[in-house]
Structures are given as structure tokens and as C-alpha cells.
Design a protein around this ligand. Structure first.
Ligand code: OAD
Length: 244
């Protein structure tokens, strides 16, 4: 059995030797910033609501029960005070050093960019962008958070929708292609903090053709056996030990 320290050492060597790292991230990278993930024991999907969260964050629920959607969304998904943690910062530092060519993320919290990452492919959109469904006027997340009930456009009264991919909605093709290209041209793919059960996002991992697939996650995932290096641990026990 390889000890955690040995695995961290191996990861350090992979990073040192890499030229084109791509990170693939999920909600787990933001739990150390105080944002709950979805499927962990203390994640959103284990809390009790009037409807299952998967139902609430669906397109049909947004259309048919808009007020209820926004009650949940504002309360649980708009963590505007959250700050990036050491995991976001590691990725930004590696990009600044010219070693990371992109972060493909399922997260909608904007923390990768807040940490300094520039090449971020937001597969599921961002809570930071919101648009009037009638006239297209842009609104920031603060406007949504501070609105009473259903946020409406100041100009035309239209319903505002977050630029977030809800269940039953398709992914943005341009972002998807950008993510695919990045993954296909990576020599190292490092997957962090995702249960890898939501498609099509999780399927992107299959397009990796490079040297080393690294998977760091606290819980098991369906892709564990595909990893060249699997680190099943909390980020706090791994990431701060790495040197950029
Ligand atoms: P999940 O909640 O499914 O998975 C998060 C993973 O991160 C879990 O497997 C945890 O073990 C791991 N994790 C959490 N905190 C960690 C820590 N501190 N250290 C190490 N590992 C940690 O989140 P996602 O895979 O991102 O989609 O979920 C995918 C999609 O499902 C989301 O983008 C969202 C959701 O429905 C939409 O809303 C469209």
C-alpha cells in the first residue's frame, strides 16, 4: 500500500514534469470555501426541502414554480461572500507559471476566476451572470440576491434567469468544445472534487489521451480504476503540501 505522503510525492513529480495540465473540477473544491457540495453526507442533496433539489434546479421547475426556485437558489446557491481556497489558488498559480492550460469546471460559483485562473470552461454556467429573458439586459448576482421574491428586469419587467445550466437544459456548445479541446491536448489531467456522475460533463474525461490521469477525491467515483494516480483524501491533507 502506498502511503498518502508517497502519493503526494508522486503527484508533485507529475506536476513538475507536466507541460500542459488541465484540471477538471466539481463542487468538492469549494467545500473548503464554505459552499456545500451536492452528494456528500452534508451536501445539498441530503438536506430536507419541500422538493428534491434536483427537481428545484430543473428548467421546468424554474418555469412553473419560479418563486420557489428563487427561494432555494438565493438561499443555497448564491454564496457571494465565499473566497477561493488553496485548491483554487494552486490551479491559478500553475496557470500563471505556464503549466496549466485550462480549468474545466462544473462549478457555478466563480471561485476559479476569483483565485486568478483565466482559462476557465464553466460547463454549467455561472451565478455571476444573469439575463432578462425578454430583453437580454445583464444583471449581476448581487441584484438577484437582493431582489424581493422573483427578480425582474428594471427596464422591461421581464423575468431574469441565471446563466446556469439547469437540469433538462443543454450545455453551451462553444464552452463544451473549448473544454474538449483542452482535455484532448493535455498531457496531465487532474480531476478534483467531483463524484463524476453527472453527464455529459463527466463523459469529457474519456477524451483525455495524455500521459497521466490523476484523481483526487474524498469519496469513490466511477472513474477511480481509470486513474494512474488515485488519491482518496481531503484536499486539506494534500494540496497545501504541493509546491508550484
Ligand atoms: P458532488 O457533490 O456530486 O461531488 C463532490 C465530490 O467532492 C464528492 O465525491 C466528495 O467526496 C468530494 N469532496 C467534497 N469535499 C471535499 C474535500 N474537502 N476534499 C476532497 N474531496 C471532497 O459534486 P459534483 O460532482 O460537482 O449540476 O456535481 C456535479 C453536478 O451535480 C453539479 O455541477 C450540479 C449537480 O447537480 C447542476 O446543477 C447542473
Amino acid at each position: 500500500m502506498t502511503s498518502l505522503d508517497e502519493k503526494i510525492q508522486e503527484l508533485q513529480e507529475i506536476i513538475d514534469n507536466a507541460e500542459r495540465i488541465v484540471f477538471f473540477t466539481g463542487a468538492g473544491v469549494s467545500t473548503d470555501s464554505g459552499i456545500p457540495d451536492f452528494r456528500s453526507q452534508d451536501g445539498l442533496y441530503h438536506m430536507q426541502y419541500d422538493y428534491p433539489p434536483e427537481t428545484i434546479v430543473s428548467h421546468s421547475f424554474f418555469v412553473n414554480q419560479t418563486e420557489e426556485f428563487y427561494r432555494f437558489y438565493k438561499d443555497k446557491m448564491l454564496a457571494l461572500d465565499a473566497e477561493p481556497n488553496y485548491t483554487h489558488k494552486l490551479m491559478a498559480d500553475l496557470e500563471a507559471k505556464g503549466k496549466c492550460i485550462g480549468v474545466v469546471t462544473q462549478n457555478i460559483d466563480g471561485l476559479h476566476q476569483k483565485a486568478g485562473s483565466k482559462k476557465v470552461y464553466e460547463l454549467h454556467g455561472s451565478v455571476l451572470r444573469n439575463y432578462c429573458t425578454k430583453c437580454g439586459t445583464f444583471y449581476d448576482a448581487k441584484y438577484i440576491k437582493e431582489s424581493e421574491g422573483i427578480p425582474r428586469c428594471e427596464k422591461c419587467g421581464g423575468l431574469i434567469k441565471p446563466d446556469v445550466v439547469l437540469y433538462e437544459e443543454g450545455l453551451n456548445e462553444e464552452i463544451l468544445n473549448g473544454a474538449l479541446n483542452a482535455i484532448e491536448s493535455a498531457d496531465v489531467l487532474i480531476i478534483l472534487g467531483t463524484s463524476l456522475v453527472v453527464y455529459p460533463a463527466a463523459g469529457l474525461v474519456r477524451y483525455f489521451r495524455g500521459d497521466k490521469l490523476v484523481l483526487i477525491n474524498r469519496d469513490v467515483t466511477p472513474y477511480d480504476s481509470n486513474a494512474d494516480l488515485l488519491i482518496q483524501a481531503s484536499f486539506s491533507d494534500v494540496i497545501p503540501k504541493l509546491k508550484v
